[in-house]
Write a protein that binds this ligand. Sequence first.
Ligand code: DAH
Length: 345
Amino acid sequence: MEESLMQIKNSAVSMIIEAEDQKELEEIKLQFLGRSGKLTLAMKGITKLPTGDRREVGQLANEVKRVLEESINERSNSLKTQESKKRREKIDITNPGVRPDIGHIHPMSQVLYEVVDVFKGIGFQAADGPEIETDHYNFEMLNIPSDHPARDTQQTLYLDTRQSKVTPGEIILRTQTSSMQGRIMEKVKPPIRIVVPGKNFRYEQVDASHGFEFWQVEGFVVDSNVRLTDLFGTIEYVLKKLMGEKTKIKFATTNFPFVEPGVDTYISCTVCNGRGCSFCKYSTWSEIMPAGMIHPNVLKAVGYDHQKVAGFAFAIGLSRLVTLRYQMDDLRLLTNPDLRILEQF
Ligand code: DAH
């Protein structure tokens, strides 16, 4: 019995080593380890042996089985690597290649670069700042103390600071790029002409005209002789450059704690040019650019002498500008990765 087990082992192993493909290996496996395979049958025969011999022969049979299984696995793995090597070798390098799709700049970025260029053309610089911001720069420095009702309008997303030493509520996702006013003015002395494009975040129900993240281009000018008419002139110039010379522009008063007076800028609907249509929901005007003269409290907070310098600030709703420019009726299209949409720009 021991001898026949050894024979089984030797012949099986040499067959396994010589197997040329997975199919052959599978057949060998069946031949020895299948239900009526040679080793299986031999193992069944062990029960007929005298009790004294069973244990030793049984152990040997198990050992043979283990060796066969291992050899089969090993051979199977080496066949697999050989096969994949062969497959690779089969590549015909004279075949013409598949041209990968070439991407292009996203419509948001296209308009963003254009906006920055227009401002650069009239002497502005561009700056960048953190999206994770402190309450201090997002609110306090902008004349919005902790009990100010304006905070309710800025659905703020707070970072969980429980694992740190930071005071709860101090670290937030910025709700407005105006947060960069304090950061920049603290460091730079007037004259300042700067634009800060950036993403903002608010706890908003997402729909066709609201996103939980949106782009703004914040801008501000501080100098010794800045007046409200400078604000009007700058905004009108920029919006006409961006939306076309025929664009009608109107200003209205509004209220933001960091400007006095506050100004809302509207442009005539880009589809009906002010006649009324379903795109503008017959309002004929779209609010696009809140602005105002920088509040003396903001100037004081950054250490400027508000008797000597004055400034204006504004924010272009960039996502809004892009949807108006391309007459999109849903903001969500701007973050949709579907190439059928993106390829149109
Ligand atoms: N930061 C304001 C907001 O997101 C918008 C704004 C209004 C910015 C007036 C300004 C400004 O610079 O002067 O709600």
